[in-house]
Design a binder for this molecule. Structure first.
Ligand SMILES: [Zn+2]
Length: 394
């Protein structure tokens, strides 16, 4: 059993169970041993059981005390040391955890499996304690012993990411992907973007091409990446490649229509630079009429029309969008304002009432005053926190 993959209480409980079993087995088998030794083993077993009981009754401090006694009597018990160290770490006592794991690693006769477990535990100690370089070193030593150690790869990856070492984070992510077979294109794309951004800052205005290459890689890895398309298009605009920029911004319309509204502003800028506002309008009509057009996009386009005093067209766009999203407060508010502006008060009132009705039908009827659980009907016993009679009408 690889103990590293179990953490906290579960690991300790299982470990202790195994140690107790072995201790009992040994006692039964070695009846012929001397009296003093026998008594020590009885004591060890007794402390172990006591520790286990404290553990199960959720008294970690007393459990730690008992296990420390076990370790004192029998310093050979590697598993108990490992788990004790992990327990200290989980309680925030990183210094004690580090000491225990370091002492284990210093043992010359440690098995490879135990050395790996202790090194990984030490890496986690260092990470939690904020000793970044030492943590990196410890993770790398685990990976020297076992290049496929998933948790070490994941820990190292997270560490590089938190430190903003994007290229290293990417390298470890790819190793992790090879080991697990599970791809994480969104993470990979954003790491590629970060590397591109660093290059973009370093290159200055004159040399954006290296950054563009990384943004392109991000787009290929994750074709729904809003930020990659935005940065790619902006860099292309900066290079004077207006047509390519328009192409980049507009591709998101197809790849991720829910987020396309976020690129409307740079898209308009690009079309304006090209002197083709008709092209912009036709692109926007296309997007707004698509089945996946988001309420935010509809609102944006109607505001655009309104800003050119094309109020009637703005209302039409909103009415069409609102029939698809009757719960959208953004659309309802815009629509009510414009209808009032056009003196179509009755229609405005109709929209407001319909929106309120829709919101009311979505609203849960009751909420637990203890844990916040919401439900349409009342539960006399809260399904989430299991307290009785805590649900209040909303
Ligand atoms: Zn509750």
């Amino acid at each position: 059993m690889d103990l590293v993959h179990l953490t906290g209480w579960a690991a300790l409980a299982i470990t202790v169970g195994a140690v107790v079993f072995r201790a009992g087995y040994r006692m039964g088998r070695e009846d012929a041993s001397g009296f003093g030794e026998d008594q020590e083993r009885r004591q060890e077993t007794s402390y172990t059981f006591r520790g286990l009981n404290f553990l199960l009754s959720d008294e970690p401090d007393k459990a730690i005390e008992a296990f420390v006694n076990v370790v004192r009597i029998n310093s050979e018990t590697v598993e108990i040391h490992l788990s004790l160290g992990n327990l200290f770490r989980s309680r925030g006592e990183v210094g004690r955890a580090i000491r225990i794991h370091q002492n284990l690693i210093a043992r010359p006769n440690l098995s490879d499996a135990h050395r790996k477990a202790a090194l990984y535990a030490l890496a986690e100690d260092y990470r939690q304690g904020g000793f970044v370089d030492r943590a990196v070193d410890a993770y790398r030593r685990v990976l020297d012993l076992d290049a496929h150690h998933r948790k070490a790869l994941a820990g190292l990856q997270a560490l590089h990411e938190n430190e903003g070492r994007w290229d290293m984070a990417l390298e470890v992510l790819r190793r992790l992907t090879r080991v697990t077979g599970e791809e994480d294109p969104r993470r990979e794309a954003h790491l590629l973007i970060k590397i591109g951004l660093d290059l973009s800052r370093a290159g200055g205005e004159s040399d954006q091409q290296p950054a563009v290459e990384w943004f392109r890689k991000a787009v290929r890895v994750y074709p729904g990446c809003v930020e990659a398309f935005r940065l790619l298009g902006e860099a292309q605009l900066a290079q004077g490649k207006v047509k390519a920029a328009i192409q980049s911004f507009a591709t998101l319309k197809k790849n991720r229509p829910s987020h396309f509204f976020m690129l409307v502003e740079p898209l308009k800028r690009a079309y304006a630079q090209k002197g083709d506002l008709e092209g912009f309008e036709s692109c926007m009509r296309d997007a707004v009429n698509a089945p996946a057009a988001s309420p935010r996009l509809v609102a944006l386009w109607s505001r655009e029309l309104q800003s050119h005093n094309r109020t009637r067209e703005a209302v039409d766009v909103l009415l069409k969008g609102y029939s698809k999203y009757p719960g959208s407060v953004v659309l309802a508010r815009l629509l009510v304002r414009l209808l009032e502006h056009l003196n179509r008060e009755e229609e405005a009132l109709g929209v407001a009432v319909r929106c309120l009705d829709h919101l009311l039908s979505q609203q849960p009827g009751f909420q637990c005053s203890q844990c916040g659980f919401q439900a349409q009907d009342i539960y006399w016993k809260c399904p989430q926190c299991h307290r009785w009679d805590t649900m209040e009408p909303m």
